[in-house]
Design a binder for this molecule. Sequence first.
Ligand SMILES: Nc1nc2c(ncn2[C@@H]2O[C@H](COP(=O)(O)OP(=O)(O)O[C@H]3O[C@H](CO)[C@@H](O)[C@H](O)[C@@H]3O)[C@@H](O)[C@H]2O)c(=O)[nH]1
Length: 315
Amino acid sequence: MKALVTGISGFVGSHMAEFLLNNNVEVTGTIRQRSRMDHIRHIKDVQLVECELRDPFSVETLIGEIKPDLIFHLAAQSFVPTSWNSPIDTIHNNVAGQVNIMEALRRFDLASKMQVACSSEEYGHVEPDEVPIRETNPLRPLSPYAVSKVAQDYLGYQYYKSYGLPIVVTRTFNHTGPRRGENFVTSNFAKQIADIEKGRKPPVIHVGNLTAKRDFTDVRDVVRAYWLALEKGKPGETYNIASGTCYTVQEVLDLLLSYSNVSISIQEDPARLRPSDVEILLGDATKFQSETGWKPEIPFEKTMRDLLQYWRDQP
Ligand SMILES: Nc1nc2c(ncn2[C@@H]2O[C@H](COP(=O)(O)OP(=O)(O)O[C@H]3O[C@H](CO)[C@@H](O)[C@H](O)[C@@H]3O)[C@@H](O)[C@H]2O)c(=O)[nH]1
């Protein structure tokens, strides 16, 4: 069994690679010349291929050579604030990459099963009576990133309907754990705390909007869900991947602070506030759970402890 993981050097990609290798799957992953290799360098037995997903020729060569049985399409510009600074780049990166893969599959007449990593951000504005959010909820995206994910989501559906490509779309709610990029809230707060503990930063933690509510799943549970999505999920379908519990960002901060002995004050940084922030994302993953048997196993408290330890262990 051969799997292709796009964005293998990223946070989820590196965990996906480890999961697949532990399940005796042959793994090829795409990297770019400028990719940071910190997360993937230690993982042996992965074939790394340089591929710019925005370039159709690069993708066609890759797909023609690898002819994967499974594709986990994780590569993306995934940080919401960046999408306001460079909306076209986010849309182009996220949408063109996927279209190039699907067109290459058509060109070589391959029936590779493909998982597309979409996002709960697609739901965007959610009414109070719409939580927990089901797959049937209207999509009201509030950022260019969210719009790019709506496009990826619908393109997956359209290529399934038009050409029969066996594509499964996962709408994953927030996920975190060791190796999470330092821009994202859980990692950012954990890194600030670790830096304060190491004496590298004054004892003040900078924060943005603390009232938003998010539904977090450990990345190690998420990659198992992606595997099950291709093993047991139905092509053409969309599945929420979520824990079914949400926390305010303030609660996340309080939890992380409770793991530290250092006294730390909190300061709002206006640069961290967004033009529009999704107020609440709380997911209903019943559809996915009943079709695949998946349920998250790692408690949020353990995820947060592991994440803080990860940053404490960084040089
Ligand atoms: N990043 C960040 N966010 C902060 C901060 N302070 C408060 N927040 C709030 O914390 C929440 C989570 O922010 P992020 O961790 O940046 O994640 P996100 O915008 O929810 O998007 C993540 O989840 C999506 C799935 O719902 C993913 O699709 C996306 O790629 C990303 O992982 C947002 O409401 C944000 O305003 C801060 O200092 N930094």
